[in-house]
Design a protein around this ligand. Structure first.
Ligand SMILES: [Zn+2]
Length: 303
């Protein structure tokens, strides 16, 4: 049950239980397990919580509900698990999904399919799947599971809400030997400046950011710091604790203003832009793009 993850996956649990309690469910999720051995179980627990008519995140104890019993017996018709057994997903798999998910749920109010190893989807099949993910019948939810998001086609990622699990070995803890205090200070100052002054940040991006960067590697590290910083804010929202940057928060009211969705979108954006650093892009333009896209996120626009 989802509540099993309350302590070990505070952020992922927080985001999803928050969505369930407020009935704000996306129609597609991508769960990145990052080598976490219980990643699939996490996805299944989430599906169960969504399907249980009681809407419970602790539905192990939902003895009154048929759905939960049927799911446990692998017998519930509104839940389909697509396994690829490490091979590429076949056209038959998608055809079957389309056939089964072509209509609204019959038994409950939701119908879910989980694709295990979603990285095993070839580009040629992805288009069929995308249309399917994008325009589902009411009540249909896709949960894609992958070990590593970087193996997934960009077009798929952009349609899903990405939930990254914490691998207990590779947590988000900052390695102080790799990151100088100067780099941390300046990067966070830059982000804090953005959160207060928005687009104006572009005008000062040299003095706020570029002047402190020596090479591409510094940009990569700075992007990691940005990721950890927003992740810290998420942790604070769910757990009341910062992992790395407690001393860097200047204005708490600024942080509390940021919604969970806003932070998640920014995190996904930074992950996408970070990949471009290694592709020889113009770094000035990249930072401009970061600021512009952040602003779009703040305005609820697409970037
Ligand atoms: Zn139940």
């Amino acid at each position: 049950m989802l509540d099993d993850y309350k302590d070990t996956q505070k952020t992922a649990y927080g985001i999803l239980s928050n969505a369930i309690n407020n009935n704000r469910i996306s129609h597609a999720y991508l769960i990145e397990t990052l080598g976490n051995k219980r990643g699939f179980d996490f996805a299944l627990s989430f599906a169960k919580a969504l399907l249980c008519p009681e809407g419970k995140t602790n539905n192990k104890n939902c003895f009154n509900c048929n759905q939960c019993k049927l799911i446990d017996d692998n017998n519930y018709i509104e839940l389909e698990i697509v396994e690829t057994n490490d091979l590429w997903l076949k056209k038959e798999n998608i055809d079957k999904l389309q056939k089964d998910f072509n209509f609204k749920p019959i038994v409950g109010r939701r119908k879910i399919y989980i694709i295990k190893n979603a990285d095993k989807i070839r580009e040629s099949l992805a288009n069929t799947l995308l249309k399917f993910i994008e325009e589902p019948e009411e009540g249909i939810i896709a949960i894609l599971v992958t070990d590593n998001k970087s193996k997934i086609l960009e077009t798929i990622i952009s349609r899903c809400q990405v939930i990254s699990l914490k691998n207990l070995n590779s947590s988000f803890i900052l390695d102080r030997e790799k990151y100088s205090d100067e780099l941390i200070n300046n990067t966070i100052k830059f982000i804090n400046y953005y959160e207060q002054n928005k687009l104006e940040t572009i005008v000062y991006s040299n003095s706020l950011f570029h002047n402190y960067m020596n090479d591409r590697n510094d940009y990569l590290l700075a992007f990691n710091i940005i990721l950890m910083y927003y992740n810290d804010i998420l942790n604070y929202k769910f757990d009341g604790k910062f992992i790395n940057f407690e001393n860097y928060i200047e204005d708490y009211s600024l942080i509390s203003k940021l919604s969970i969705e806003n932070i998640l979108k920014k995190l996904n954006l930074v992950i996408d832009l970070k990949k471009k650093i290694l592709n020889n892009v113009n770094l000035n333009l990249l930072i401009d793009k970061l600021v512009i896209c952040f602003k779009k996120v703040d305005n609820n626009d697409l970037c």
